[in-house]
Every structure is written in structure tokens, then in C-alpha cells.
Design a protein around this ligand. Structure first.
Ligand code: PEP
Length: 240
């Protein structure tokens, strides 16, 4: 199971102290070998976080990257090699908050190619909006995001998919269990041999329902991941 923390645009150097609790917990947690813990802080914290989690179970990832593998005149951008250079092992790509600011499926595809070529593992986010869900075109939308996003990428062993319904992110709402099971199943049929995680308002309360959905390979956790107690609780309850 994957437990991925997406800190979004939150956190300074002092926030890294919150990792101590999580590192300590992982040392004594019996199922520790079975889980992958990845923290994706803002880029400003990747280097310091990587140093802090050395010798622990935690790996570090970024939240986005540029689609170029080389240096270039692109103010404010960071390419995947630069992320790797400061300690990132993963990168989240296709997050709805970035799709919302104009990232297209084609651009996400270019980013996935660059990131995997640079040796980063990719957490590829897909998901439908509330309007698309109401129109009952979820599968059509996911299909396009997958087909274009993974175009001409043959080696997919370094990619995991995070299904994140946009209407669920930060809202406290989660899909009905049967819907979620069916959607994850659909994604797994469309992309063979891939891990599929769920993301969207995962918290210590709803994890008891979510953990019963047997085809989910882990969780991408936004808001709740900033609180080490909540993050630890989510992991513990998944195995209770
Ligand atoms: C996310 O941003 O990827 C996410 C899942 O956020 P939240 O858990 O806050 O809904």
C-alpha cells in the first residue's frame, strides 16, 4: 500500500519537525515493510526533507515539474533532473489543481516522459469534475486522460495512477464505495499491471470505509497529511 502526502503550498523549514513523529511511528509499526510512504513537500523543502528522512522508511517527491530534461530559459520552472539532484524520488503529475491552471493531457504526457527518463517515479493523477460526473461521462474523461497522458510510454513500471475525483479534493466528500470500486476496476482494465491509488478528502474518519475497497493500492492524502497525528492514524486504521 502507498501512503502519499501531498503538502501542496504549505510548510517551511520548521514544519519538517513534524516528521519526527512519523519516523518514530514507522520504526515500531509492524506492517512497515508492506507500505511505501512518500512525502511531497513544496520544492523549497525537498533537500532538507531528504536529509531528515535518511535511514527512515520515508521517500521524498515533488508536486510537479517542467517537461524539459535540459536547463533552459523558463523562469520559475524546475525540470525533473533538478528535482532528482536535490533528493526527489517521485513526482506528482497531472494534479487537478495544475490541470485547472491550464495543464493539458498532452503537456502532462510530456512531463511524464521527461520525469521517467530522468529516473523519477511518477504519481499520475486523473479524475473527473463534478459536472462531468453529473453528465455521467466519468469513464470517457478518465479514458482520455489515460490514453493521452500515457501515450508512447511503454515502460510503465515506474508509474502509479492516483484516481482523484476533482469534486472530492478538499471537500470532505468521497465517492460511494461501489462507484469507487468500479472506477478503480475500470482504470486497472485500461492500464494493465498498474497500481491505482485513491485521493480526495482521505481522513482518519473515512479511512475505515475506504480501506474496505479491496482494489485500492493506497492513498494520496492532501490536507490530512500536514498533521502527523492524522497521517499516522490513517496508516494505522488501514491495517486495523
Ligand atoms: C490532493 O490534493 O491530492 C488531495 C487528495 O487533497 P485532500 O486530501 O485535501 O482532498
Amino acid at each position: 500500500m502507498y501512503f502519499i502526502a501531498n503538502w501542496k503550498m504549505f510548510g517551511g523549514l520548521s514544519t519538517l519537525n513534524s516528521l519526527k513523529k512519523v519516523i518514530k511511528f514507522l520504526k515500531i509499526f509492524k506492517k512497515s515493510k508492506k507500505i511505501k510512504i512518500i512525502y511531497c513537500p513544496p520544492n523549497t523543502l525537498i533537500r532538507s526533507m531528504s536529509k531528515k528522512v535518511i535511514n527512515s522508511k520515508i521517500q521524498v517527491g515533488a508536486q510537479n515539474c517542467h517537461e524539459s530534461l535540459t536547463y533552459g530559459a523558463s523562469t520559475g520552472s524546475i525540470n525533473p533532473r533538478m528535482l532528482k539532484n536535490v533528493g526527489a524520488k517521485y513526482v506528482i503529475l497531472g494534479h487537478s489543481e495544475n490541470r485547472d491552471s491550464g495543464e493539458t493531457d498532452k503537456l502532462i504526457n510530456a512531463k511524464i516522459k521527461a520525469a521517467t527518463q530522468a529516473g523519477l517515479k511518477v504519481i499520475f493523477c486523473i479524475g473527473e469534475t463534478l459536472g462531468q460526473k453529473r453528465k455521467k461521462i466519468t469513464k470517457k474523461i478518465l479514458s482520455k486522460q489515460i490514453i493521452v497522458g500515457l501515450q508512447k510510454i511503454k515502460k510503465r513500471k515506474n508509474i502509479v495512477i492516483a484516481y482523484e475525483p476533482v469534486w472530492s479534493i478538499g471537500t470532505g466528500l468521497i465517492p460511494k464505495a461501489a462507484d469507487l470500486f468500479n472506477t478503480i476496476n475500470y482504470i486497472k482494465k485500461k492500464v494493465r499491471n498498474i497500481k491505482v491509488l485513491y485521493g480526495g478528502s482521505v481522513n482518519p474518519k473515512n479511512i475505515n470505509k475506504l480501506k474496505l475497497i479491496k482494489n485500492i493500492d493506497g492513498f494520496l492524502i492532501g490536507g490530512a497529511s500536514q498533521d502527523p497525528k492524522k497521517f499516522i492514524d490513517i496508516i494505522k486504521k488501514t491495517y486495523n
